[in-house]
Design a protein around this ligand. Sequence first.
Ligand code: AMP
Length: 186
Amino acid sequence: MIILGAPGAGKGTQAKVLCEKLGIPQISTGAIFRANISEGTDLGKLAQGYIDRGEFVPDEITDSLVKDRLHQEDTQDGFLLDGYPRTLAQVGALDEILLEQGHTLDIVIELVTEREALVERLLKRAEIEGRADDTEDVIRRRMEVYLEQTKPLSRVYEQRGILVEIDGLGTIEEVQERIREAIQGR
Ligand code: AMP
């Protein structure tokens, strides 16, 4: 599975709850990058500048990280990608990785939310979590990059017949319930 949505739409939160329930790993490229940054690895050093500016880490770096991650044993019975793919090129790269590893995509969940609610949520998160890329300028840049590069992905998956759109507004439990219903409906 994949979970899509704008920055602040609640992807990470919903992904975590869903993965715990289903007993599958949550694969968050953003979280992997942040862990590498705090550990000071080469990958972290490469990624940090992009992340701090609200830009995407280049596709080749991100694709190979996901490829390695999907090679690990715990993905054999399913997984949820959170924050990947984010560009059309990454969609193609993921198709190749999945084909090679004998996996298929069952469902792509898109959390749909209004733009204003998003910026507000992100500013609130900045206060709570203190993420370096949650300053107002960077948030606006991340939103622009999302609209330009990631939003078009929903159409691709819609055409493949595996997209489900979920209203992202509501409590964590309400949104989770909508996701669960959508999954069961398939
Ligand atoms: P996230 O935690 O998903 O919001 O990701 C935080 C940041 O990590 C993003 O703003 C990007 O700079 C970088 N990042 C995460 N996933 C990707 C991806 N699939 N492609 C490129 N950059 C990514």
